[in-house]
Design a protein around this ligand. Sequence first.
Ligand code: CA
Length: 236
Amino acid sequence: MASLLVVEDEPGIRTELIDLLTAHGHVVRSAADGFGALREVTRAQLDAVVLDLGLPDLDGADALRMIRGISQVPVLVATARDDDAEIIKLLDAGADDYLVKPFSGGQLVARLGAVLRRSAAPAAFPHTAAPVDGPPALITVGGLAINPRARVAHLDGTELHLTRREFDLLAYLARYTDQVVPKRQILLEVWREPYVDDQTIDVHLSALRRKLGERGARPRYLQTVRGVGIKLVTPR
Ligand code: CA
């Protein structure tokens, strides 16, 4: 069972896709346009996105780039254009795979299964043969316990359900507890992508704050130092 987002503006096709994927045991959310998709990607914990490229509000490749700016979630694009150059451009923009419309339900399910299997493969820090000079096993900051090797974080004993990016951001800030980390440094070290801007960090930061039960106006752990950067602190 995976948590999926279907982005499709045509209601008939959208319903068909939702029914098909739900019948295969997945939990399916949907969006009818590019900005709706971005909202869902920010808000929900997703395992994969099926993205129609012919959307009313955003060019499909731009929508894909914006999704990539805030998330590493696998994206399967559905394109009406069977055009090599176009498809290469999409794969370059961060698509994990593509389908040319019209496609069969069987084809979608198979491609999606492959994308999900790939993304579930062991990440950079496998449990066996952990690198000696790899990330520390556990970082604690007040009631926060962050385990970069297992990629889990707890707050006051309760596991936090973080997206990949949120976890990366938290774990990175935790390496510099009580120090201000410039946004530029975060973009370079956590995002490693040239086209993201500062606002991307803010989006993730506010999502992370929400999960930590705090607000930007009154932060406990995550303090913004205006014009400088972000600091993870031990609450008093
Ligand atoms: Ca469409």
